[in-house]
Design a binder for this molecule. Sequence first.
Ligand SMILES: O=P(O)(O)O[C@H]1O[C@H](CO)[C@@H](O)[C@H]1O
Ligand SMILES: [Mn+2]
Ligand SMILES: [Mn+2]
Length: 406
Amino acid sequence: MARAFLFVLDSFGIGGARDAEAYQDLGSNTLGHIAEFCAAGAADREGLRDGPLKLPNMSSLGLMHIARLASGDWPVGMPVPERVFGMHGAANEVSRGKDTPSGHWEIAGTPVMFDWGYFSQEGDAFPPELIEAICQEAGLPGILGNCHASGTDIIARLGEEHIRTGKPICYTSTDSVFQIAAHETHFGLQRLIDFCLIVRKHLDPLNIGRVIARPFIGESSAAFERTGNRRDFSVLPPEPTLLDRLKEAGRTVHAVGKIGDIFAHQGVSRVIKANGNDALMNATLATMDDAQDGDLVFTNFVDFDMLYGHRRDVPGYAAALEAFDKRLPEVIRKMKPGDLLILTADHGCDPTWRGTDHTRERVPIMAYGPGLPNRLIGLRDSYADIGETVAGHLGIAPGRHGRSFL
Ligand SMILES: O=P(O)(O)O[C@H]1O[C@H](CO)[C@@H](O)[C@H]1O
Ligand SMILES: [Mn+2]
Ligand SMILES: [Mn+2]
């Protein structure tokens, strides 16, 4: 039994999704394209990184073999190790949304078998009666934005007008989200959170997955910067997840980073917040020291997606992967006999792809533990196999979806 450590590298897809075409994502491959750019010298950035993508530790856990299995090609310019350790494979997503909650809930054994609500791509994104209702309830003069946008672009474009008028910036994406950007001091962080809660209530009938608070600071367009005070207000998962099942069995679920928010705090025993992948890794390592036999430590590493994937920043994404990889031995050193570590992702966000949205891809599964056999677990039909593997490892009853690969 011992403990389970489940790490989601947010948006670290590996291409090859069977249904990618339906999302206009045929050919997208987050790892594959980053490796290609790096090998071609197109991801060099002075003071940050250069040359081919270097992920020796994840490669030892089977990443190269997984990539070839999932998309047919070895990642360009990356050595293939002779020996790999642990169990490794790739998974398809059965949930229809290529978004964070769908991905995480499916990883936790609960696929999303219904369609989320989405906002219009043409004209105004939000229905006028919704805007009227939320502004009236919050006592606001109106909103800015009302469109599909990239979060950093829209604050650069509308942030000054927001400060002048007091109107929050509301935008969406191809995810089922209503995002609200507002200045931390001019508008106020608490006021932003209160507004999000009002909006959350009005969106439940529209089946929108998340309202996200996007606070920022700075005094002019060029200086605006989003802060670590982001908050996600999610609807509840459609069924009890692995987290609820563990909690019910008396286990402690340690949720590091945005995991608590993603699960609307259902099945979460402890929330450990940290801002940035490095701080998230530190928090995870500290939590590994606290975790008892039978516990789950569940961490989301958000920077890959938020800072680099959506921003279409290939050198940034590559450097973040290399930094993560470098710290993996610290994790391995903390593992005790009987522990299980699984690295995976929730969807893709290919930084070389058009637009700024997620991409429909397969995700890697790298499972490692002292004494775990070394073998390929193939292409899994659902991310739910990951949650069921954790359930089996921690000795709780199987759930309704997926099956353990142990
Ligand atoms: O462009 P930003 O604000 O980072 O938004 C991105 O982040 C959202 C939530 O992860 C996604 O839906 C995507 O739109
Ligand atoms: Mn995500
Ligand atoms: Mn995202």
